[in-house]
Design a protein around this ligand. Structure first.
Ligand SMILES: *Cc1c(COP(=O)(O)O)cnc(C)c1O
Length: 504
């Protein structure tokens, strides 16, 4: 009979796993993961299954009685191995999701076992120090000055929010944390970002109470980079109208095409006009490491705050984002409250004071270990290779008759499929519409096909296929295989669409 554990008796809780069993289960699971990693290239990147079919595999009632962990772990591995999209596959180039470093998977196991709560130093002495060192190293990789600091968060969105909130607290000329954005006599606030900025900016403006209308989307040039002349004009217009400019966001690698804003010019303007300079380097920040990636990236070091994503170009398994500020006191200024129920270690860092989270997992371990495994040199090589492969793809696409290359920045190459006979007519309205539709359906077909996963971008209103290589497993052979796959599916789809149009 269960119930109150007998005094002095040994309690065996339903979740306990005895050491011998734990060993057996763990070895078995690690064996299965090793098999998965060894077989990735031979598997489809993903399977073409509708949501209902996947849902049906797990839709069952919450069990009243528990089950044996052996069977549960076996089944979980089967379900995941057979019904997942593998972003660690050498032919995955969609969105901006990296191939996860295997050491990160092991690190997560270790972090989960120790279960450090990296909210306060006393709760997590070694984990806190590992996070602190990891942040220092990331700051060095980005060229931030010594003394900058920050924290790890769930991803790029959160990291950008942290920079945004730091700017809001630091640059609003009243006590905005206490009195809010609608304080008596407070001027309206404005923030500036390129039209290509990721949607985090809307969420940040919304959640921080500024409202999305406070975001001034500055137009981009033909290379998708912010027009700094128009930025300056917009700031001047706002000031003349009694609006208070708060911060300007420079994007270091836009999500659609990898465009890097003119960061040195933005930094200079921000300094002149007293705006906070935030860099969204969620995708491209770490390319600052690769010589020749884009010289504008050197100006990341001038930012007041930077968001980067270790779960992108440091290849950490999800989740790991990172917010850094030139002066960490600004994070305390934006987030710190000191409740009576925490007894703090005054000499150590208490990360809960530096960001929105309270309890915090040990995300730093996987990042720290990967940085140590590869070293600066290893990362420089991996990121440089990713960029070189994207350029090789751009060239191959340019040399392939029915493919039209569009952009190539950092490790993102965009292009589209244009049937031979339509190429001369591509500028005509009706053909342009058809090409958009053809490429949209082609993208869908490629994503379901499982041979090579790319995603899409809309560039100057045109629908494009988009390959983003943040993948240390992709080889030149993988890249060389892509044009043929796209053309094969493109021809087939074009034939089908024309046949269907002729039939109606
Ligand atoms: C990916 C990305 C984000 C969002 O990051 P998450 O990790 O998905 O939250 C923001 N900005 C840019 C430029 C990105 O590439």
């Amino acid at each position: 009979m269960s119930g109150t554990p007998a005094a002095g008796g040994r309690r065996v809780a339903p979740l306990e796993i005895e050491p011998e069993s734990f060993r057996r289960l763990g070895y078995r699971l690690v064996d299965r993961i090793a098999e998965l990693l060894a077989s990735l290239a031979d598997r489809p990147v993903c399977r073409d299954e509708p949501p209902a079919a996947v849902a049906a595999l797990v839709d069952r009632p919450l069990p009243e009685r528990g089950g044996a962990p052996e069977a549960l772990l076996e089944e979980a591995a089967d379900l995941l191995f057979d019904h997942s999209l593998f972003n660690g596959h050498p032919r995955f180039g969609g969105y901006i999701t990296s191939s996860p470093a295997p050491i990160g998977a092991l690190a997560d196991l270790l972090a989960g076992a120790v279960n450090a709560n990296v909210a306060g130093w006393r709760l997590s002495p070694m984990a806190t120090e590992i996070e602190r060192v990891t942040l220092r190293w990331i700051g060095e990789l980005l060229g931030l000055p010594a003394g900058s600091g920050g924290l790890l968060v769930s991803g790029g969105n959160q990291a950008n929010f942290v920079g945004f909130w730091a700017a809001r607290a630091a640059r609003a000329p009243w006590e905005i944390r206490r009195d809010g954005v609608a304080a008596a006599g407070a001027p309206p606030l404005a923030v500036y970002a390129s039209a290509e900025t990721h949607t985090w900016i809307q969420k940040a403006a919304d959640l921080s109470g500024l409202g999305t209308e406070a975001v001034r989307f500055v137009p981009v040039d033909r290379r998708q980079r912010m027009r700094v002349d128009l930025l300056a004009r917009r700031i001047d217009d706002d000031v003349a109208a009694g609006v208070r400019p708060l911060l300007v966001v420079g994007t270091a690698g836009s999500v659609a095409t990898g465009a890097v804003d003119p960061l040195p010019e933005i930094a200079r303007l921000a300094r002149e006009r007293g705006l906070w300079f935030h860099v969204d380097g969620a995708y491209g920040g770490f390319a600052a490491l690769a010589p020749g990636a884009d010289p504008a990236l050197a100006a990341i070091g001038e930012a007041d705050s930077v968001a980067v994503d270790p779960h992108k170009w440091l290849y950490a398994p999800l989740e790991a984002g990172c917010a850094l500020v030139r002066d960490p006191a600004h994070l305390l200024g934006a987030f710190s409250y000191r409740p009576s129920y925490y007894q703090l270690e005054e000499e150590g860092i208490n990360f809960f004071e530096y960001g929105p989270q309270n309890s915090r997992g040990f995300r730093a371990l996987k990042v720290w270990l990967a940085l140590r495994q590869a070293g600066r040199e290893g990362y420089r090589r991996m990121i440089g290779d990713d960029i070189a492969l994207a350029r090789a793809l751009f060239e191959r696409v340019g040399a392939t008759r029915e493919l039209e290359p569009l952009t190539c920045n950092l490790s993102i190459t965009t292009f589209r499929y244009v049937p031979d006979d339509l190429a001369p007519l591509a500028a005509e309205e009706e053909t342009a519409r058809y090409l958009d539709r053809l490429n949209e359906e082609l993208n869908e077909r490629l994503e379901r096909g499982g041979e090579w996963f790319v995603s899409n971008a809309v560039i100057d209103g045109r629908y494009a296929l988009r390959c983003c290589i943040v993948n240390f497993r992709t080889s030149l052979a993988d890249v060389e295989a892509l044009p043929e796959i796209v053309v094969r599916h493109g021809r087939e789809l074009d034939r089908e669409l024309r046949r269907a149009a002729a039939a109606t």
